[in-house]
Design a protein around this ligand. Structure first.
Ligand SMILES: *Cc1c(COP(=O)(O)O)cnc(C)c1O
Length: 464
């Protein structure tokens, strides 16, 4: 075999591909001397190129240790500020299940101290399974958001009777009537007027009640939590604090009628630096949140509220990457800058649906040949026959290794970062393509959580 030529002067490829940087959540990634992507987990390391060849592609690679580290960083930051600010309220993290309901994601989170937030009766059915399997401690708390269908309410009541701490969050005035006689704690969701810079900042949305509507309800038995959720992937840190101030003012007013109210749930929204540009930090947002709440409640002479956080993508997205092989290349006709299509052995529309739905941008690097001498300006395309199944970075193209330089028998693989939030539940089967396999890396051991779907598996979904 011919030895692949190395470029004469070794550049800092780690920097080129934005790896090893904590502010980008890439501190777990490195490049070995052969130009291959490495993942570090404590003293263990994994070669992604070897994994892709061994387990096949498309493959999702998940590291529970990253989830655990992110959650413990959040808890540590809160503990530090509780002390620093003499904050008297308690802090609880509730994992919003809709972000990733996979068992291998949820179990490590729960064992590290996460409580749960459900969006549907089926989410809650998973909680029931965990509860019956004694897979979590008896002190776990579950919040129930989303429209309360009959089936959902029945399960809430059943689990409450079984001794689970379960708190429905009331989303409209009619819903409150459905919980008449419910003797557990309740929460209520407020529709704030504060707007944030985010894809989900809709001028008009349907979630929660206006402050006036809540006040009109008068006294609500066992009202404990005031909840809001103002959007996902919030771009500007200060927007979160502005919303918090508005929520606190509402909290103060509602509390006058409902003295049982003692908790503010700030929902989700903490953003991920998908494009590896500098963003706000947990340290800063937690400090500002706790400081604002302390100052405002001291001024109003009321106790510091308990705080609930439901940051979903912040905790889960960086814990997974998705790896594809480039199966073909062809010239792009008519584009001004990009020169070649690289076709992957998977699909953006199926496996990473946000690419299509909300024009999500990802950080993408080669898995091998990260030190390639020649790179091309490319667009990526999926295996489906759909013209929407494609991806270009926000620069209009990606710079990826030239396939001409590959050795005989060598394939080019790429890694898409931060794929641990939302994509799995959105995934679909356009053109009946198989979903990626999933492997879990933990304590130096690789296990297969999901093998790649066979034609039979996919056919069954459609009654064949
Ligand atoms: C979706 C959702 C979250 C999680 O949002 P992220 O942007 O992923 O942090 C939290 N709370 C509620 C009520 C949600 O609907």
């Amino acid at each position: 075999m011919k030895k692949r030529k190395r470029p004469p002067a070794r550049k800092n490829y780690k920097k080129t591909w934005k790896l090893g940087q904590k502010e980008f959540n890439t501190q777990y990634f490195d490049i070995n001397k052969d130009g291959e992507l490495m993942i570090r987990e404590g003293n263990y390391q994994y070669n992604v190129y070897d994994l892709a060849k061994k387990f096949g592609s498309a493959v999702e690679i998940f590291l529970p240790s990253i989830l655990e580290e992110r959650l413990s960083t959040l808890f540590r930051t809160v503990a530090l500020n509780t002390k620093r600010l003499s904050y008297k309220g308690k802090f609880t993290y509730h994992f919003p299940m809709k972000v990733n309901q996979n068992k291998e994601f949820m179990l490590p989170l729960v064992s590290e101290g996460a409580h749960l937030e459900c969006a549907s009766a089926n989410d809650l059915w998973i909680v029931k399974k965990l509860w019956e399997g004694e897979n979590f401690h008896s002190k776990i708390k579950v919040l129930c958001n989303g429209p309360k269908t009959e089936q959902y309410i029945a399960l809430i009541k059943k689990l409450r009777e079984a001794g689970l701490t379960i708190i429905p969050i009331i989303e409209d005035a009619e819903e409150l009537k459905l919980f008449k006689g419910f003797n557990g704690d309740l929460g209520i969701r407020i529709n704030l007027q504060s707007k944030v810079k985010s894809h989900w900042d809709k001028k008009i949305d349907r979630f929660g009640l206006m402050l006036d509507e809540i006040l009109e309800l008068g006294k609500i038995r066992n009202l404990k939590i005031l909840h809001y959720h103002i959007g996902s992937q919030i771009q500007v840190e200060n927007d979160m604090i502005v919303a918090l101030r508005e929520a606190f003012n509402a909290y103060k007013k509602i509390r006058e009628i409902n003295p049982t109210l003692d908790t503010i749930n700030i929902g989700g929204g903490f953003a991920i630096p998908y494009e590896k540009k500098k963003m706000y930090s947990v340290e800063s947002v937690i400090y500002r949140t706790m400081k604002s709440l302390k100052d405002m409640s001291d001024k109003a002479a009321i106790p510091h509220p308990n705080i609930i956080v439901e940051w979903g993508r912040h905790i889960t997205a960086p814990a997974q990457i998705t790896v594809y092989r480039i199966v073909a290349a062809k010239p792009i006709h008519g584009a001004s800058v990009a020169k070649q299509w690289y076709i992957i052995d998977g699909s953006f529309m199926n496996d990473l649906l946000d690419t299509w739905a909300i024009h999500q941008k990802w950080h993408i690097t080669p898995v091998n040949n990260m030190d390639a001498k020649h790179r091309h300006r490319v667009w990526l395309a999926g295996l489906s026959c759909d013209s929407d199944d494609k991806y270009a970075a926000s620069d209009g193209y990606l710079l990826l290794p030239a396939l001409e330089d590959l050795e005989e028998g060598e394939a080019q693989y790429i890694a898409i970062f931060d794929t641990g939030a939302y994509q799995d539940a959105f995934s679909s089967h356009h053109c009946l393509l198989s979903s990626p396999a999933k492997i879990v890396l933990q304590n130096g051991i690789v296990t297969v959580a999901r093998r790649r779907e066979t034609p039979d598996d996919v056919g069954k979904l459609f009654g064949w």
